[in-house]
Design a protein around this ligand. Structure first.
Ligand SMILES: [Zn+2]
Ligand SMILES: [Zn+2]
Length: 262
């Protein structure tokens, strides 16, 4: 599988050049050119012909930083003759998009436009724990511990899979599933705040470097590449420094534009 990082941060921000890395965008990962995992960034990072190739969008939860690419994607595809793009999430996410975003107030209802028989977005719901087929991928959504109903994903193609934690605080089930998954080749785990803001991480239900490493130990696979994402841009240096102290040889703090093959 080829994973293209369109956005991998907990907010949008242009960093100072002295900080090395440039434009931070909210979370959106393009798998094999056709499946998105989260929709925080789409049009801001893709040409129109690339946007047209997207067939499915897996949504971890309803928070704005994970869905904000959807309205402009709909706009960009409005005169497109291709099939609808499938939005895939829990009933809370799909219902929430209908009620709060594509409600003809915040934005037009692209679940029925430009034509009810061929809307920009069609929808599919899943139940956490049940594996689903998404194009050529097999995906298991797993409930995690966040402020709103949220899942992480185990995304598998053939004999390879990767884990995507979703936004989460301390949780158990997803690490157990990862530990017993024979095809697992990489894990993407969030770390939003530095250790000294652990109280903020607790109330906003995110992870810190120390909590990330504790989660990793539960997978018991020190060989696995670990990709850290959902870093809040203003804490990027602090989080990277704190993670470096653990000297994990296979750990990368993700940047926009990276491509990962698993
Ligand atoms: Zn969130
Ligand atoms: Zn988020």
């Amino acid at each position: 599988m080829k994973i293209r990082v369109l956005g991998c941060h907990g907010s949008d921000q242009l960093l100072d050049k002295s900080q090395g890395h440039h434009q931070c965008r909210t979370c959106g990962f393009l798998i094999n050119g056709t499946v998105m995992v989260d929709a925080g960034t789409i049009g801001g990072a893709l040409r129109l012909d690339e946007q047209r190739r997207i067939r499915h969008i897996l949504l971890s939860h309803l928070h704005f930083d994970h869905v904000q690419g959807l309205p402009t994607l709909a706009d960009n595809l409005v005169d497109d003759a291709a099939d609808s793009v499938e939005l895939i999430g829990t009933v809370q996410v799909i219902g929430g998009l209908r009620r709060y975003l594509f409600n003809d107030k915040v934005y037009p209802n692209f679940m029925a436009l430009p034509h009810p028989k061929r809307p920009i977005f069609k929808t599919r719901t899943f139940k956490p724990g049940q594996e689903i087929e998404v194009g050529a991928l097999r995906v298991t959504p797993i409930r995690v511990n966040h402020l709103v109903p949220t899942v992480g994903f185990l995304v598998r193609e053939g004999a390879s899979s990767f884990l995507y934690s979703g936004d989460t605080h301390e949780t158990e089930q997803i690490w157990k599933i990862a530990a017993r998954e024979p095809t697992l080749k990489a894990v993407f785990i969030e770390a939003s705040f530095p250790d000294e803001l652990s109280e903020l991480a607790r109330v906003s239900k995110h992870l810190t470097p120390t909590l990330l490493v504790r989660a990793l130990q539960k997978i018991k696979r020190p060989d696995l590449p670990v990709y850290v994402y959902h870093v809040k841009p203003r804490f990027r240096d602090d989080i990277a420094r704190q993670l470096a102290r653990f000297r994990l040889p296979n750990l990368t703090v993700l940047e926009e534009g990276q491509e990962i093959v698993v």
